[in-house]
Design a protein around this ligand. Structure first.
Ligand SMILES: [Zn+2]
Length: 384
């Protein structure tokens, strides 16, 4: 994530801030100065935005920690000018779990608002609770109202915002997962249209959110369709069992020979004892050849940290990882032993075949549209 700066780590989850967030701060400073405000007012404005985004980090942590209860890990949390994004590695298919994860974020803001209200009352400023002057009101009172605003805004049923996820989870009790997603996304797109129009007149950030809702929803419908196609299938049923490995000390020149005229472009790397110690990806082979030539060894260019999947795992768990390009190949293990490979290319062929069985086609822009959930992934949750 070169476009983001790491702020730190909370509960084992990296918290990042995207560079464009600093544009928001610069814009606030500029607007303050242009309006002839004093330095104290401008600094207060920046401080308020930082406090607000602190609350948004806590909101995302609410999602992440609830997801952890269902054994779903969060890759990272990133702050953008339009809000926060928690990248969960997947969204549970169980509607109740999705509902609880979606609700956990706004619930955090409810708690923050209650705590702030209690603090304001304790310090004897009850009169300030009713302040609705967002620009000049007392700091804590403003923060309390903004937190309540976050709750209401996020519960708007514009999938993939939190409220949209709640809606899908409720619909999924009566409809299939795909039908529920499609209905939630259609409603989300209509709301996105209103956001875009409102954005033209009130706040341009709404236009960005409309774009996010539109494309995020689009990507999720496709993913739900693909999930439906592989429903009930296990990784072990479709993995490739006939594949080649590369010895760690093999020169890359010899690997090239294996790549020619074969389907396999990525290779597990094994040591003398036959244990898998890394993955050699075709993109790294090409880079290595340009940088160091054919004599360089597999060991020097292999990825020693990589994801694996269990042969008994549902195939749908690996869909997102493989199709988004997050992992071009997944080694498949059974009882601690590597028994196969699952590659994105192979998976696309399988999905293409299943789609045509259903009289449908794999769209040409398939990999492209799958990038929508990849970058701001399936599990994206977000808010202003
Ligand atoms: Zn949220």
């Amino acid at each position: 994530m070169k476009s983001s700066l790491k702020l730190g780590q909370i509960a084992g989850i990296g918290v990042f801030v995207h560079w464009s967030f600093f544009l928001l701060l610069a814009w606030i400073i500029y607007m303050g100065i242009a309006a002839g405000e004093t330095a104290a007012v401008v600094i207060g404005g920046v401080g308020f935005i930082l406090a607000l985004f602190g609350c948004i980090v806590l909101h995302e942590l609410g999602h992440a920690l609830m997801a952890r209860r269902f054994h779903v890990q969060t890759r990272d949390i990133t702050l953008l000018p339009i809000g926060g994004v928690a990248r969960l590695e997947r969204i549970p298919r169980d509607p109740t779990q999705e509902l609880l994860i979606a609700v956990a974020g706004p619930a955090v803001n409810v708690v923050i608002a209650i705590v702030l209200a209690a603090v304001i009352v304790l310090f004897g400023h009850v009169d300030q609770l009713g302040t609705t002057r967002l620009l000049t009101g007392q700091f804590l009172a403003r923060l309390m109202w903004v937190n309540l605003g976050l709750v209401l805004f996020n519960l708007i049923p514009a999938f993939p915002m939190d409220g949209g996820r709640v809606l899908r989870a409720l619909l999924a009790r009566r409809l299939t997962y795909f039908q529920a997603t499609r209905s939630a996304v259609t409603i989300g797109k209509i709301i996105a249209g209103f956001f875009a129009i409102a954005g033209l007149f009130y706040n341009p950030i709404l236009i960005l959110i409309a774009v996010f809702v539109y494309f995020g929803g689009q990507g999720e419908v496709q993913l739900a369709r693909l999930r439906e196609l592989v429903e009930g299938m296990k990784v072990g049923e479709v993995m490739i069992t006939s594949f080649r490995t590369v010895s760690a000390d093999a020169p890359l020149g010899s690997v090239i020979d294996q790549m020619t005229n074969r389907w396999q472009h990525d290779f597990p790397v094994v040591n003398e004892a036959g244990e898998t110690i890394g993955l050699l990806l075709s993109r790294d082979i090409n880079r290595a050849l340009k940088a160091t030539g054919e004599l360089t060894t597999a060991r020097q260019w292999m990825q020693s940290s990589y994801e694996v999947i269990d042969a008994e795992a549902p195939l749908e768990q690996s869909l997102h990882k493989l199709l988004s390009g997050a992992a071009p190949v997944l080694p498949v293990f059974r009882n601690g032993k590597m028994v196969g490979l699952l590659t994105s290319q192979h998976l696309k062929q399988l999905l293409g075949a299943r789609l045509s069985q259903h009289g449908d086609h794999l769209r040409h822009d398939f990999s492209h549209s799958m990038c929508v959930p990849a970058r701001s992934p399936i599990s994206t949750v977000h808010h202003v």
